[in-house]
Design a protein around this ligand. Structure first.
Ligand SMILES: NC(=O)c1ccc[n+]([C@@H]2O[C@H](COP(=O)([O-])OP(=O)(O)OC[C@H]3O[C@@H](n4cnc5c(N)ncnc54)[C@H](O)[C@@H]3O)[C@@H](O)[C@H]2O)c1
Length: 256
């Protein structure tokens, strides 16, 4: 029973930003549940290393080195997935950028970059996945949002991140409403701080942990495995009645 609730044998899963951090951890977990992987990252060398590592552990992996804000590259990638597998069962929209600077300094170009990667590309991946998921008889999408999608933060200025991740959360709900009858479930996770390349230097800088950890009822930063385990649940048969949900992986931060 437990095995079948988390069995992804025969499923094809596409993960963006999969060369490191939460994306790579999610790839590992989904592969160990039996999924075949299509992994996207703009860092070609790190993606090659990640794929070599996963293949060495017996995973079936296809890498696509591209920047997800390049819509034609994204479209070509989904064409390749269709040609190779004729289906897609799982999409994890994980790649993102963060711009840690005061709102007054977010010029239109900088603002647009956050929207292009965090919101536009997320939507485009969902849009391109939907027909392939319908062909597969249904599917599951997980959007990797953030506690910053559901709160105003206040510890440091990242307005473009709040806005783009907040948009991702309500996009999750809208697509869940629209695609539920097609058997396509759409959910999000909202992790709290995790020490990855994304923000390790920041989290380890003097005074930062002392400021952030008191806001965490569980008293620690999250891990990539905490986030990946939540994603695994949301793409598994275990969550087959769950859609339009945003699952905080936040040690209680949003319970305030
Ligand atoms: N680390 C945290 O504290 C934290 C907390 C909450 C949410 N998140 C979210 O988790 C997700 C993953 O973050 P992480 O901490 O694992 O980061 P990470 O920096 O470890 O990994 C992100 C990966 O995405 C890739 N990437 C970035 N922009 C890309 C693009 N335009 N096209 C293709 N690939 C791109 C990077 O090359 C990198 O390999 C992000 O959506 C982030 O917003 C992170």
């Amino acid at each position: 029973m437990i095995d079948s609730l988390f069995d992804l044998s025969g499923k094809v899963a596409l993960i963006t930003g999969a060369a490191r951090g939460i994306g790579l951890e999610t790839a590992r977990l989904l592969a160990s549940a039996g999924a075949r992987l299509v992994l996207i990252d703009r860092d070609e060398d790190a993606l090659a290393d990640a794929c070599a590592d996963l293949s060495g552990q017996g995973a079936n992996v296809v890498p696509h080195a591209l920047d997800i804000s390049d819509m034609s590259a994204l479209s070509a990638c989904f064409d390749a997935v269709e040609a190779r597998f004729s289906r897609l069962d799982i999409l994890v929209n994980n790649a993102a950028v963060v711009q840690r600077r005061p709102a007054a300094e977010l010029t239109p170009e900088v603002w647009r970059q956050a929207m292009a990667v965090n919101l536009d590309a997320t939507f485009e991946c969902c849009r391109l996945s939907q027909p392939l998921m319908i062909r597969a008889g249904g599917g599951a999408i997980v959007n990797v949002a953030s506690i910053m999608a559901l709160s105003g933060g206040g510890f440091y200025p990242i307005a473009s991140y709040h806005a783009s991740k907040g948009g991702m959360v309500n996009l999750t709900r809208a697509l869940a409403m629209e695609w539920g009858r097609d058997g396509v479930r759409v959910n999000a996770i909202a992790p709290a701080w995790i020490k990855t390349d994304f923000n390790r230097a920041f989290l380890e800088s003097p005074g930062v942990a002392e400021k952030l950890l008191p806001a965490m009822p569980l008293g620690r930063f999250a891990t990539t495995l905490d986030a990946a385990a939540a994603a695994l649940y949301l793409v598994s048969p275990a969550s087959s009645m769950v859609t339009g949900h945003v699952l905080p992986v936040d040690g209680g931060y949003l319970a305030h």
